[in-house]
Design a protein around this ligand. Structure first.
Ligand SMILES: [Cu+2]
Length: 299
């Protein structure tokens, strides 16, 4: 069995005992009741377990269905069901009283999807546990093989830092994404007057570059941030006690037919350092996972 530590979310199907990391899960509806699936959070990053009603507009994770279910929910295909934000160790159970094929989404991560196939009790299950173990393992390999390396995949010239990188893998059940919550070359040395550029190369996950205490509003840049001609954000620090916050820097979501084209994402943040000193910084979203760095500015 694949180790749950490879998966952000790990789930268990109650009656058929099929475990899966991501991907599609096939379960039988129990006669007169409903089969249920329990998701267990294996990582510190926040996720939701969400089933939207058919055709429902995707709500922000702060809004939910609207509202959230605590601990468990029933999903019949017509009424939205969602957990609140779930963190490491949290569990959430969904009961499926009717047959159907239902899309599971995470309201935080748009490329984190899978499909629940709920069959009538009289129908046989088309796959066994070994099938799901195989698929989960190959998807995991796909994602980790690309990114789980001590050598940074991307190299930049000059004063550049990559703010996290990631990958999307697709299976028959949906797509899932891997995010590396690290600054590559987090500790960088420059001279007074230099500018460093941070770039988010993750297709899905937002990050921030934050000097000084975490602001209350993490989404928007601090008021001392200006916009460069190419759309990147820019701050100036004159002392290690100055603060500046990039706001979320994040790739734009992929476009879909029938929806308005999304504007380009703001993926770059630059800071100009005018005075020598040591300037520690964090990603306000993932500092608890170790996403930190520091800039040493020489005269
Ligand atoms: Cu981050």
């Amino acid at each position: 069995m694949l180790s749950p530590t490879h998966c952000a979310i790990w789930w268990r199907v109650s009656s058929s005992s099929i475990f899966a990391c991501t991907n599609s899960v096939i379960l039988r509806r129990r006669a007169g009741a409903g089969d249920s699936v329990t998701w267990s959070m294996a990582a510190s990053e926040a996720h939701t377990v969400t089933f939207l009603a058919s055709g429902q507009l995707r709500p922000p994770f702060t809004v939910g269905c609207p509202g959230f279910s605590n601990g468990s929910a029933t999903f019949n295909g017509t009424t939205c069901a969602t957990s609140a934000l779930l963190f490491k160790g949290d569990k959430f159970t969904v009961i499926f009283p009717v047959a159907g094929n239902f899309k599971l989404v995470c309201l935080v991560h748009s490329d984190m999807t899978s499909t629940m196939h709920v069959l009538d009790p009289s129908l046989p299950l088309p796959h066994d546990q070994a099938f799901y173990d195989d698929v989960a393992q190959s998807e995991s390999k796909d994602l980790l093989g690309d990114e789980d390396s001590s050598v940074p995949k991307h190299h930049h010239s000059g004063n550049s830092v990559t703010v996290g990188h990631g990958d999307i893998a697709a299976t028959g059940g949906g797509s899932d994404s891997l995010s590396v919550m690290r600054f590559t070359d987090p500790d960088i040395t420059v001279h007074a007057g230099d500018t460093i550029e941070w770039t988010n190369e993750d297709p899905v996950t937002a990050h921030t570059v934050t000097f000084g205490p975490e602001p209350q509003n993490l989404v928007d840049p601090s008021s001392n941030v200006t916009i460069d001609a190419d759309g990147g954000r820019h701050g100036v620090l004159n002392s290690p006690s100055d603060r500046v916050h990039s706001g979320f820097i994040q790739a734009a979501p992929q476009d879909r037919n029938g929806l308005a084209q999304a504007p380009p994402g703001v993926t770059r943040f630059r800071v100009t350092f005018t005075k020598p000193g040591t300037y520690p910084y964090i990603c306000s979203l993932h500092d608890v996972l170790g996403m930190k760095g520091s800039v040493i500015v020489l005269p």
